[in-house]
Write a protein that binds this ligand. Structure first.
Ligand SMILES: Cc1cc2nc3c(=O)[nH]c(=O)nc-3n(C[C@H](O)[C@H](O)[C@H](O)COP(=O)(O)O)c2cc1C
Length: 245
């Protein structure tokens, strides 16, 4: 097994960091790695905001309800961005671009581009011995995050990525069996691998080092999808000029 695969397979989310800020060199390397990700039609339809002002980190920690969003080595917020592509457009060209920029296709493009860039950043950080956690809970109050980061029209915050020197080493979290996610030639709706996985994850939740509980993956998903969540995101996203048609 090579070192890249070892790093990938050793991933676990880190939620407690030592009080050691990332160096400028570390940040530059991580951002360069992030930018080297493949990008749809060379659009590079994302921006990355590094949050260094403590009051802004605190505001974002409050939105996410998680302390390590302010207590870490560095905090990045990945944004979908189609503002950049309009900067050089004339008023007439801008009007022509709008139906295209604001469609579902380009909403997907920007989210995919940002996610690929973020995962490169995550892997680069982990390869340097740092730990990471993605922060989707910034969307608990997406409007507030938008204001804190002064994002223009056609730029929306998607998720955060906290990076730092790990101050704990949680157990590696099991993943679905391969048969549940990898199919050849056509989709298969199997129940059996999910049953197997429920036993695996139940044992993990019962025996892990902290936050033990009795649970299964399918119960977790039922709870998640029977409780409407962040229903304001649709209206926000459309108001900012994404996914309107
Ligand atoms: C886009 C995204 C958003 C996430 N948001 C959060 C979050 O807000 N809070 C959190 O504690 N973990 C968050 N996570 C981490 C997941 O909970 C974690 O990756 C998953 O449970 C698997 O655990 P592992 O990363 O330790 O293997 C997020 C992960 C992704 C990919």
């Amino acid at each position: 097994m090579n070192q890249v695969i070892e790093t990938i397979l050793d991933h676990r989310s880190i939620r407690k960091f030592k009080d050691i800020p990332l160096t400028e060199d570390q940040i530059s390397t991580i951002i360069e790695a992030s930018q080297q990700a493949s990008t749809s039609s060379y659009m590079m339809a994302y921006s990355i905001i590094g949050v260094t002002e403590q009051h802004k980190k605190e505001a974002l920690a409050e939105v996410s309800g998680q302390n390590y969003v302010k207590d870490n080595g560095h905090l990045l917020v990945f944004c979908a961005d189609f503002h950049r592509v309009t900067i050089k457009a004339s008023d007439e060209e801008y009007e022509d671009m709008l139906p295209n920029i604001e469609n579902s296709e380009h909403f997907l493009v920007s989210a995919i581009d940002a996610a690929l860039a973020a995962q490169n950043a995550a892997l680069a950080a982990e390869s340097m011995g740092l730990g990471i956690c993605y922060i989707g809970s910034l969307r608990n109050n997406i409007e507030k995050v938008d204001q804190v980061l002064s994002l223009p029209k056609h730029v929306i915050p998607l998720f955060g990525l906290v990076i730092g020197t790990p101050d704990h080493r949680p157990d590696r979290k099991p993943r679905l069996p391969k048969e549940a996610v990898y199919f050849e030639n056509e989709y298969k709706s199997y129940e059996e691998p999910l049953e197997t996985f429920n036993s695996t994850i139940a044992a993990y939740y019962l025996n892990r080092g902290s936050n033990n509980r009795t649970d299964s993956w399918t119960d977790q998903m039922l709870r998640r999808f029977t409780h409407p969540m962040r229903m304001d995101v649709t209206e926000f996203v459309q108001r900012k000029g994404f996914n309107k048609r």
